[in-house]
Design a protein around this ligand. Structure first.
Ligand code: ADP
Length: 322
């Protein structure tokens, strides 16, 4: 700073800038160091944070790869604090469980079908091969044909039952409902079945009308009654009772037959399940699963009680709907 004075004199004041320049230099150096440290640090921290957030999604994507290769046996295990990811993993695991169950059922079903079809086919082949070994009389040929017819009928029944269940699984069974008389249906079904020395006792509440698919329900009742006939020794009695209240129609079918062991009871409605006491009797193990499907497709239920060597009771309840 300059201050002019009289007589060409000037006062000049000055302060050294060295200190300030040093300070600016220090600030500049600090800023450079801060930038050098902070930029990579920020990148590192963002990378770590985003990595943590994205890692469950990457794990899910890897898991998808595993599924594509058909490895269904392991659940997804991802530890995360995110609620949304946790819900997604749970849902994934539930879907996976369903796929595993379906694939297991399909595998068992295919094995069962092969087994069921193989035995009549093996028997047919055996009969034909033995018969063809030498010339036979016409009576012998007739006898073989009769035996073969039994196996062919069995194969046709298996095919029909399987076709029904396949249609049921694909929801392509037409349920055509009409009003019909339940007692008439039961009497007609019993009359149609062969029951030799087994007696039927029919105890019906008068005038029970039901709105349902008469053909399907006839098939269900016929499967259940046929079992009662099949598993009841000669001289036994099968009692059929009908009841109704304002909500439902009830049908009870009781026999004085072999009964069902406790260990079989939870499985008798499963496909292809044949109880240990069914022995060599004819059957595919599909009759009760078809009956159950038909009753449930009407919104109804079927239950069973049994006591060994004294008999079995099936109770069907069908809700009244229109
Ligand atoms: P199946 O063709 O073997 O009769 P079902 O599905 O109709 O097949 O029945 C399954 C199994 O339930 C039978 O193999 C049999 O062991 C048992 N079962 C069904 N009904 C009766 C019954 N009334 N008395 C004794 N056992 C029965």
């Amino acid at each position: 700073m300059y201050f002019p004075l009289s007589g060409n004199r000037i006062i000049s004041l000055a302060k050294s800038l060295e200190e300030s320049e040093e300070m600016i230099g220090r600030v500049n150096r600090f800023l450079v160091i801060a930038i050098i440290i902070c930029v990579p640090l920020t990148i590192l921290i963002s990378w770590l944070i985003s990595g943590k957030a994205v890692s469950p999604i990457i794990a899910l994507a890897n898991f998808g790869g595993q599924l594509r290769e058909g490895k269904l046996n392991k659940d997804i295990e991802i530890r995360t604090e995110g609620k949304e990811i946790e819900t997604m993993v749970d849902t994934f695991n539930k879907v996976l469980e369903n796929i595993r169950n379906l694939s297991e059922t399909q595998k068992r079903f295919t094995q069962d079908i092969s087994h069921e079809i193989r035995s009549p086919l093996t028997s047919l082949r055996g009969n034909i091969e033995v018969t063809l070994r030498k010339k036979r009389t016409s009576e012998e040929y007739e006898d073989v044909l009769r035996r073969n017819l039994y196996d062919v009928i069995r194969l046709i029944r298996i095919a029909d039952d399987l076709l029904f269940l396949a249609k049921a699984d694909n929801n392509v069974i037409d349920i055509r409902k009409n009003w019909f008389d339940v007692n008439h249906l039961l009497s007609a079904t019993i009359e149609r079945l062969d029951h030799n020395s087994i007696r039927f006792s029919e105890d019906y509440k008068e005038g029970i009308e039901y709105y349902g698919d008469i053909n399907l329900l006839e098939q269900a009742l016929s499967n259940i009654i046929q079992n009662s006939i099949k598993y009841t020794p000669e001289g036994g009695i099968i009692t059929v009772v009908t009841e109704e209240d304002e909500n439902s129609v009830y049908i009870k079918i009781s026999d004085t037959g072999l009964g069902i062991p406790d260990k079989d009871l939870p499985h008798i409605f499963d496909r292809f399940y044949r109880g240990e006491r069914s022995g060599r009797s004819s059957g595919t193990g599909l009759g009760l699963s078809i009956a159950k499907w038909i009753i449930e497709s009407h919104g109804g239920t079927i239950s069973v009680e049994s006591s060994l060597n004294s008999g079995t009771t099936f109770t069907i309840s069908l809700p009244k709907t229109e």
